[in-house]
Design a protein around this ligand. Sequence first.
Ligand code: GAL
Length: 681
Amino acid sequence: MTFEREARQTLGVCYYPEHWPESRWPIDAQMMAAAGIEYVRIAEFAWSLLEPRPGVHDWGWLDRAIDELAAMQLKVVLCTPTATPPKWLVDQMPDMLPVDAQGQVRGFGSRRHYCFSHEGYRRECARITDAMARRYGDHPAVAAWQTDNEYGCHRTTLSYSDAALSGFRRWLADRYQEIGNLNRAWGNVFWSMIYDSFEQIEFPAAAVTQTNPSHQLDFRRYASEQVASFNKLQTDIIRQHSPGRPISHNFMGKFFEFDHYAVSQELDIAAWDAYPLGFLDREIGDEALMKRYMGIGHPDFDPFHHDLYRSCGELRNGQDKGRWWVMEQQPPGPLNWGAYNPAPLPGAGRLWVWEAFAAGAEVVSFFRWRQPSFAQEQMHEGLLLPDGEANDGYRLCCEINEELQQLLPEPGSSRAEVALIFDYDSQWMMEIQPTAADASHFDSVLQAYAALRRAGISVDIVPPTENAIAGRKLVVMPMLTHITPEFAENLAASEAVVLAGPWTGAKSENLGISEGLPPGALRQLIDIRIRRVETRPAFAPFNLAEGGTLAGWLETVVAGDKVEVMETLENGQATALRSGRTIYLAGRYENAALDRVTRQALELAGLPWLDLPPDIRVRDNGNRRYLFNYGRDTQDLSALFPGAQVDMGSLQLESCGVACIRQPVQPATQQRVPASRQVTT
Ligand code: GAL
């Protein structure tokens, strides 16, 4: 049997039957079906129940739970339980535990207590995965799989265990072949760091001061590859015993400890866990923004991840329409893991779900079915109250289910004309050597994404590959710290307008300064050399002549004759330069100024953009245009979309409101590009 891509979009839920008496299971299954839930994810933390003692399995309860769900035609997403190794296993081989950078063992008592490099633990994972896949691989109700749970969560990608150290040394020996090559690649002549053999190499941690950045980068790469091979171990086994069933993994928000593109190459469906209010509390870190979006969530943070993981979903199947899900969606209630845990505003939960559907999610699956009255997550709201009665989340499912019957959206997404590059190597390079305390690849990419969203532009967030940029009109690459000569050639050969942020191409593969000075290989597109970068704290920005500021990052550029200066500082120093279809920003533009240059790039690419009111966001998918109001006031959008056919909602878009209109619509406003000026040296 082959499970095809869902032909329509639908709801799911994360369920823990093992938390409740069996007599309750049929009631739960009936309630799920009645609310329009189709997919039920189970078992990701159930190892100690499935194998209470070494080699002794208890499948009975899981058989019966799956049967109860199947009886209501619910489809099961079955998880491998490897995120929670049982106590007996940890006692058998305590060296499987992860170790932190200070050498402290991270012990049993919560979850994710394993080191990705440990061969013995890998064998155990293969064993339980094999046993589950054989037992349930062709069960008619098992529609999909999830490997493990949130790889790397709780900072578990980097482990400083003995297993990791020997693995790292082997990895280095394989990569460099001879120790002399490693010494040269890392620049170990500096501070007398020359090694004689791979066996001498330690972790890039616990030294007196900074360790070598190339050493750190290689350790990050090694750790990332461990996650990918750990995942592949499981997907190979599942594919063997459960052919035709798609395999997913649930990624996280603002999480870069491993290369998600690499892991996704073995996944049929990329999924992620969306907690808008948790992210606002934990990841945004700006009081004004937190206040403004309290109860709603940041208008671009979760959508960014939808667009990133959709492109991850394309990587295995090479489909135009990446398969992706929200595997865990915050319910319309408080969480347990923020410093503070506010309740969503009325309508916010619905807005989150529709933003995901508009971005092409096949399934939006809520976390979790019923709020537990025990253990770590007892304060995390579910669709049901701890007493089993329906809560707001349950009612929301019923509401969305009705809407889905009427609108019949299709999964997937039309290829966007704008590609925004996000790159894990660049992320690690900036983490290792930020040069300004607040500089980050991710923050720069999110900022560029928000500028594009403010202009009403739909975006695919993609890796720096030829495939990913094929056919785009605009490629935006903020702080793409490392760029290969091949990718620079791909860009040069494409028809796309390229908007490159500062520090693009600045670093070599091993995190040295690019040959011939930054922007290295990008010089194939624009003839400039960066002679200096200076950085300042946010309270001391650089003022732009055209208005607005650079947020504390300024590069001194030497430009060739054919390069035009588009913008300068008040003192005349070039900050935006252009050569043909390529624009280079020699500083970190803050939002208002970034809007200006982004719109110039859009205009150069022939792309229409919108003058949206603040907090209104737009998403195009096929012939549908979705409108979202992340603000607290109703907005009248009728002048912006005159004569649009409204399929859902209203152009009087209330707070947290969602509307869907039919394309094509005429953009109401567009600005002109100011004439660029010749370079003055
Ligand atoms: C996720 C995790 C779930 C649960 C949830 C709570 O990160 O995958 O198991 O802990 O957070 O919000």
